[in-house]
Design a protein around this ligand. Sequence first.
Ligand code: BEZ
Ligand code: FE
Length: 302
Amino acid sequence: MAIRNFTEANLTREVIRRLEGTPDPRLKQVMGKLVKHLHAFVRDANPTWEEWMAGIQFLTKSGQMCDDKRQEFILVSDTLGVSMLVDLLNYGRNRGATESTVLGPFFVEKAPEFPLGGNIARDLKGGELCVVTGSVASGGKRVPGALLEVWQAGADGFYDVQKNEGVHLRGRLRADAKGEFWFLCALPAHYPVPTDGPVGRMLKATGRHPMRPPHLHFIIQAPRYKKLVTHLFVKGGKYLESDAVFGVKESLVVDFKRVASQEHAAKYGVTAPFRKVHYDFVLVPERAAAVRKKPAKKRRSG
Ligand code: BEZ
Ligand code: FE
């Protein structure tokens, strides 16, 4: 018989028991764990009603902040390290592949297409021109025609979607038949994650800065390979040690070299001085990536 008088000792068990009829076994499992850990959190933190309502208000305001251009919940997940934890659990074992990192809230589907050598920076906004070259391969073999989606903030620290300036500093390109690509962009600058919402208030209240180190975003995909979501970080850039969203991985920090040679510049149809970065991306076949790491039985947190 179901319990009617709930106590601190039996309430959690009863909530989990009521999930027993969930037809989807994975949903049942995940919901059970959510209830178990959420109740454990409340027992541990022991909030007053006012504190609990402040938490609910934080979530409410986060939802109200979201629209097709702003995703405050991704920011919550990113700034609390949850996005990187999901990333590490899912992709941490793709040995030999390029490491992944956070998607962030500024990716836009169907950005304009550029030919190889195209320039995604309509306006450098006082920044430096940058030539990006590289290749896409897997298991030692090049991946011809891989699709690359790239996006970045301008020298002023804003993405196009944060300003009403139309599509800018983002594009889609295809690697050539040898799996090679090259394009022009602006040298990425460091910038703050949006701070005009609940996440900004949370960062301030906890004494944290909102800055991300300079980086260029990539999504790389090709049929039968796992989609790679990653960044290239500018070596020597600010905030590499204290990224507000914990996204930095050493293997993704690369030299955006200063080039002064006009001869070198002519190769890319630009004028010196400019910056140049090269990166050889490695994808994993879809099947190899499907082997998901099993969560450890007992893991100590913290
Ligand atoms: C970004 O790099 O675009 C980003 C990632 C996480 C939170 C905010 C911005
Ligand atoms: Fe970014």
